[in-house]
Design a protein around this ligand. Structure first.
Ligand SMILES: NC(=O)c1ccc[n+]([C@@H]2O[C@H](COP(=O)([O-])OP(=O)(O)OC[C@H]3O[C@@H](n4cnc5c(N)ncnc54)[C@H](OP(=O)(O)O)[C@@H]3O)[C@@H](O)[C@H]2O)c1
Length: 337
């Protein structure tokens, strides 16, 4: 006998075949709006329902994005059986509870980064998704973008030679009014910004460095405002990573290989639409350009929808093990630095 979850997923997939995927949006903050801008441009997606902690906000957001349903609680959104997938766009410290709510109610979920603050929480959520045969993915949008995938292709086909060093940084200018400064639940610099350079360094050099050391600074309120992390690998390669909230906005990436290198400093590396692989003679080896169709969030939305339509419960572009490995490193940083 077919399990109920299988049946539901098949029905949803079949239904999705001739109708758009019905998205539920959990949380009505800044990134939820940016993500909806991408969904709105995708014919295969429908912004079907919105859930907020307050009905007024749900209604305002839902009306602005043309949602059919809006709910004044996350519980009601999760309970709506017509929702194919919920995009969780709440602060980092709420992700565990919010994703658990979605899964318990039988909903697929795409959850904003950082997926959770603790490995234990992430493992529990992925175990629950597997048990219920539901789709679950961290919304690590960078990994779904063409430039990231091209860089991974260059790595795989040996275009860099041996990668000896990765240097990556992400700074933003956050006043005391910034969400990261005001609300410790947002995870501070480490979980919100430094996750990007850390994720990139791990994707290039490996998710299990031999050594990790660093230091962090905190605001008087205890919000982590800046950190610098050094990773050392078995083969002698290093990654130097910095993230911070009190500097002018800048995000750059340098990949240093024995044969080739890439420097992304004209655009923010985590959303770059162009990358040039350069040889040691400074001549370009390959010039890759892939302008976004919308705002860069369409790739993760498409990946999630493609997975659901194909009956997959996990994404190959954002593998569970990699999401968890990065959380493990951040957890160690948060404890030690
Ligand atoms: N992928 C990216 O490029 C990107 C960029 C920025 C942020 N993010 C991630 O997206 C998530 C949300 O960031 P954001 O910039 O959208 O934040 P935000 O503007 O503060 O919005 C967060 C929303 O979460 C809901 N919420 C639930 N519990 C909350 C609480 N205890 N305190 C405050 N809000 C709460 C609120 O919606 P309701 O009141 O409607 O319930 C709020 O509007 C974070 O995980 C962040 O790391 C990702």
């Amino acid at each position: 006998m077919k399990m109920e979850a299988d049946k539901k997923r098949e029905d949803a997939a079949q239904g999705c075949g001739d109708r758009p995927v019905r998205w539920g949006i959990m949380g009505t903050g800044r990134i939820a709006g940016v993500f909806c801008e991408a969904l709105k441009a995708l014919p295969q997606a429908e912004i079907y329902a919105v859930g907020s902690r307050g009905m007024e906000k749900a209604k305002a957001f839902g009306t602005a994005w043309g949602a059919e349903k809006y709910y004044g609680s996350y519980e009601e959104l999760a309970a709506d059986g017509n929702v194919d997938i919920i995009y969780v766009a709440t602060p980092i410290a709420c992700h565990y509870e919010n994703v658990r709510l979605c899964l318990k109610a039988g909903r697929n979920a795409l959850c904003e980064k950082a997926f959770t603050q603790r490995v234990e929480e992430a493992e529990e959520l992925y175990a629950l998704a597997r048990e219920k045969r539901l789709f679950l993915m961290e919304a690590m949008w960078t990994k779904c973008q063409p430039v990231f995938q091209k860089i991974m292709e260059w790595k795989r086909n040996g275009a860099f030679g041996e990668i000896q060093a990765v240097e990556a940084r992400f700074y933003t200018s956050a006043t005391t009014e910034h969400r990261l400064m005001k609300n410790p639940a947002q995870g501070g610099s480490l979980y919100d910004l430094t996750i990007y350079p850390l994720m990139y360094a791990c994707a290039l050099l490996g998710y299990e460095p031999r050594k990790m050391c660093g230091a962090a600074a905190k605001s008087p309120e205890g919000v982590d405002t800046m950190e610098s992390i050094l990773l050392q690998y078995e083969n002698g390669a290093f990654a130097g990573i910095t993230g911070g909230l009190s500097c002018e906005r800048q995000a750059s990436l340098y990949i240093h290989g024995t044969k080739g290198r890439v420097l992304i400093n004209q655009e923010h590396f985590y959303k770059a639409q162009r990358a040039v692989l350069t040889g040691w003679d400074n001549q370009p080896i390959e010039n890759f350009e892939a302008p976004f169709g919308v705002n860069g969030y369409e790739y993760e939305a498409l990946e999630a929808m493609n997975c659901i339509l194909r009956g997959k419960t996990e994404s190959a572009l954002v593998p569970v093990e990699e999401t968890i490995a990065v959380i493990r490193l951040m957890e160690r940083c948060a404890e030690k630095f």
